[in-house]
Design a binder for this molecule. Structure first.
Ligand SMILES: [Zn+2]
Length: 568
């Protein structure tokens, strides 16, 4: 849906962003901005900032940020039109119905929502009797079935294709990952004869499905393929359902499968989440870190489960989470254990979950053939932990507990760290402070702006920043009347944009100076290049080239600043 940009702007201007956010977050004034505890991640010291002058919010802890519409969309889970409407009501501005008309952007979310609903109807219908019996046998309650939106799809090639009618197209079903292309043309349903488990985003939108066979067919589980909405390594199953409980308890129980989630939630452990059939990734650990400081890994009790738990422990420790590992009998998974022993026994087991050192002593040690395997296992954990003090503490404790030679352990850990360390070196660039001030002011807007204030792209040192500058330039060149809000409403750009706008910015009359400093960088870099070329020409004995380059260097330094077309 589209709405006239001027009306969107008018409503935004009529709104006091600090007042609206202040209804949900306890904000304290600090100079020209407000500070509070971020509502999007768990924190003890405030890193959430509201800047009324710029009409933006920004969390420097989790990166969330944007304008007031974005806040309402993320916090109250409103759609954009709903957010606009709610602020319009507040400001007493009437939004004419006709203003909502316009080209509809094709989104796959409604298709996924429709499919979810259709699967649920099929489960409730006469054809769903077998699946209903299966769920009963697995001990899945109506509460869990409804909460997680379980459904059923019969064993046919065209369930959705038949049911879609004129609601959507085959191409849209394909984009949503619900049908697969046939070799000879046409499509068939991807999911057949399965209990359907909707996989939702953190905000509760269905983004994909997991399907489980009920008759022993293989594969037992089938997930949606990677689509524009479903990116396996980033999704945490059950997160949207667990959000409140995670914040309340301060820790997450992480399990391997959907059925483990159902069993634990049913037993009263609402703060349970899982991956979608893959090992936990760094991205997932980061998402989780927004909500909790601690995880209890509750994987299968068998050898494979123990191994996977240890691997995940490294990922979570690496992201600064406190890690415990549930110690289950070898023949159990969380689902079977809680069904046999009951929620209270599980609660006790969970509360007794040892740290990695305790788990190594109680469980892992018995499964390893050689002592040095245990040393390597701890070296792996140490290698994952970036913070030197936390790494040291863990390795020391392990060395003491298992009588390892500490320096051997540290050495092995560093050895395992190496390839990673060089990779990581590439990532954190030093912040380009001047570039940030410059771009922040440019985006916020400059009175009496002229092209003289633009700098070559290579004057910006941080790559992410340079990319944002290039995006701003192309918006400006294409005549976008409001590049600031275009950037703030673009998921790829809003985090950095709001970060730039949250802090102090140079006044308009300081911009000439800032611009000059950035240009000098280009001149200096260019000068270095010429000097290098001069030295090379000298070594070759190419006097003519030396003279030519020296003149170039002179004109660069004494001349206009930058050449018309700076190289590199
Ligand atoms: Zn935050």
């Amino acid at each position: 849906m589209t709405l006239a940009p001027d009306l969107i702007e008018r409503i935004r201007e009529a709104t006091d962003i600090a007042a609206v956010i202040g209804e949900h977050v306890n904000l304290k004034r600090s100079g020209r901005t407000f500070k509070g505890l971020c509502p999007f991640h768990k924190e003890k010291t405030p890193s959430f900032i509201v800047n009324p002058d710029r009409q933006i919010f920004k969390c420097f802890g989790c990166g969330e940020g944007g304008d007031i519409y974005r806040f309402l969309m993320d916090f109250d889970k409103l759609s954009f039109p709903e957010a606009v409407q709610s602020l319009a009501d507040r400001a007493g501005i009437i939004v004419p119905k006709s203003k909502w008309d316009g080209p509809q952007e094709e989104s796959v979310y409604p298709v996924l929502a429709w499919a979810e609903n259709h699967y649920q109807e099929l489960l409730a219908g006469p054809g769903g009797a077998g699946a209903t019996r299966y769920l009963k046998e697995r001990g899945i309650s109506d509460y869990v079935r409804e909460k997680y939106g379980l459904g059923w799809v019969p064993d046919r090639w065209d369930t959705l294709l038949q049911a879609m009618g004129r609601r959507t197209t085959q191409a849209m079903l394909s984009r949503a990952g619900l049908v697969t292309k046939k070799d000879g043309g046409g499509y068939y349903d991807r999911f057949r004869g399965r209990v359907m488990i909707p996989i939702r985003s953190a905000l509760g939108k269905t983004i994909g499905f997991g399907g489980r066979t009920i008759d022993g067919g293989e594969p037992k589980y089938l997930n949606s393929p990677e689509t524009e909405t479903f990116i396996k390594g980033k999704v945490l199953y059950g997160l949207s359902e667990a959000r409140e409980a995670l914040k309340e308890h301060g820790f997450a129980i992480v399990v391997e499968g959907y059925l483990d989630v159902f069993a634990l939630v049913q037993g009263g452990f609402q703060n349970t989440i899982a991956t979608c059939g893959t090992a936990f990734t760094v991205d997932q650990a980061r998402v989780l870190k927004r909500y909790v400081d601690k995880v209890i890994i509750a994987f299968d009790g068998d050898k494979a489960g123990v191994r996977a738990a240890w691997k995940s422990a490294g990922i979570f420790l690496g992201e600064g989470l406190d890690v415990r590992i549930l110690n289950l009998p070898a023949e159990d998974d969380p689902d079977s254990y809680i069904r046999r022993e009951g929620p209270e026994a599980m609660s006790e087991k969970l509360s007794q979950s040892p740290t990695v050192v305790g788990f190594a002593r109680d469980v892992l040690l018995g499964q390893l053939e050689r002592r040095e395997d245990l040393l390597k296992a701890f070296a792996y954990l140490g290698a994952k932990i970036e913070d030197p003090i936390r790494r040291r503490v863990l390795l020391q404790e392990a060395a003491e507990s298992f009588r390892f030679n500490e320096s051997v352990l540290v050495g092995e850990s560093n050895r395992q760290r190496k390839p990673q360390a060089t990779q990581r070196k590439m990532r954190p660039e030093t912040q380009d402070r001047v570039g940030r001030l410059y771009l922040g002011r440019l985006i916020e807007g400059i009175e009496g702006f002229s092209e003289d204030l633009l700098v070559p792209e290579e004057a910006i040192m941080e790559s992410e920043l340079r990319h944002l500058y290039a995006t701003w330039l192309s918006l400006w060149q294409s005549g976008d009347p409001d590049p600031k809000h275009t950037l703030l409403n673009d998921d790829a750009n809003r985090s950095l944009t709001s970060a730039l706008l949250a802090g102090d910015l140079p006044e308009t009359d300081q911009m000439e100076q800032v611009t000059k400093r950035l240009r000098d960088r280009v001149v200096q870099a260019e000068g270095k290049k010429i000097q290098h070329a001069i030295r090379q020409a000298e070594t070759r004995g190419d006097d003519a080239e030396v003279i030519r380059l020296s003149r170039e260097l002179q004109s660069l330094r004494g001349g206009t600043g930058i050449p018309d077309q700076p190289q590199g």
